[in-house]
Design a protein around this ligand. Structure first.
Ligand code: FMN
Length: 205
């Protein structure tokens, strides 16, 4: 079969989700996938972004609903806002009504990774509340599970859970993803690619 096409669709204000997205993209490319890393459109006005000390965006292209259709699998990168996905990500999903009408995403595998400021800040609620978006489209949620021994490491503070890879940004955003968090993200990407490949091969049968 041809190389499985994976879209990484993310929002990142301060670069934490961006770092996880780029890491997963590199892993997927190494595994022979064709990867598109795409950011959703910013919806906040420039003056608000300035007040929030948001740095300039990365140069990844802006995601369109068609990108979801073209991909064999989609990984969504989501920084937590009050325990759930930011409005920017929801605004993107709200553009997919036509795809829903045509059932274009039915059966497509999707994974989620996330970032919070703190432990208990909503990593799992962010993933779980985003599952409604996938479910209404009939997408197949592919969780991470617990395949990485480091997920149970209690000696070191780290993000992520059975729902997906994650990082803890710190209250002031100064903590970047740790080696452990990046290695869990790599494992999520690797395992996700295996499932996408299996499902894409079945589709071709
Ligand atoms: C309006 C707003 C709400 C937030 N809500 C939460 C929250 O509920 N829990 C939490 O731990 N962090 C929260 N944060 C912190 C963000 O999750 C954090 O900045 C983000 O994960 C960093 O990822 P990024 O650099 O990719 O944007 C919030 C940040 C903002 C601006």
């Amino acid at each position: 079969m041809s190389a499985p096409k994976i879209a990484i669709v993310y929002y990142s204000m301060y670069g934490h989700i961006l770092k996880l997205a780029d890491t997963m993209s590199a892993t997927l490319t190494k595994a022979g996938c064709s990867v598109k890393t795409l950011q959703v459109q910013e919806t906040l006005p420039e003056n608000v972004l300035e007040m929030m000390h948001a740095p300039p965006k990365a140069d990844h292209p802006i995601a369109t609903p068609e990108d979801l259709v073209e991909a064999d699998g989609v990984l969504f990168g989501i920084p937590t806002r009050f325990g759930m996905a930011p409005a920017q990500m929801k605004a993107f999903m709200d553009m997919t009504g036509q795809l829903w009408g045509q059932q274009k995403l039915l059966g497509k595998p999707a994974g989620i990774f996330f970032s919070t400021a703190s432990m208990g800040g909503g990593q799992e609620t962010t993933a779980l509340t985003f599952v409604t978006q996938l479910t209404h489209h009939g997408m197949v949620f592919v969780p991470l599970g617990f395949p990485h021994p480091g997920q149970s490491n209690l000696d070191e503070v780290h993000g992520g859970s059975a729902y997906g890879a994650g990082t803890l940004a710190g209250g002031d955003g100064s903590r970047m993803p740790s080696e452990l968090e990046l290695s869990i993200a790599e494992m999520q990407a690797t395992n996700f690619a295996k499932i996408v490949k299996k499902l894409a091969a079945k589709d071709e049968e």
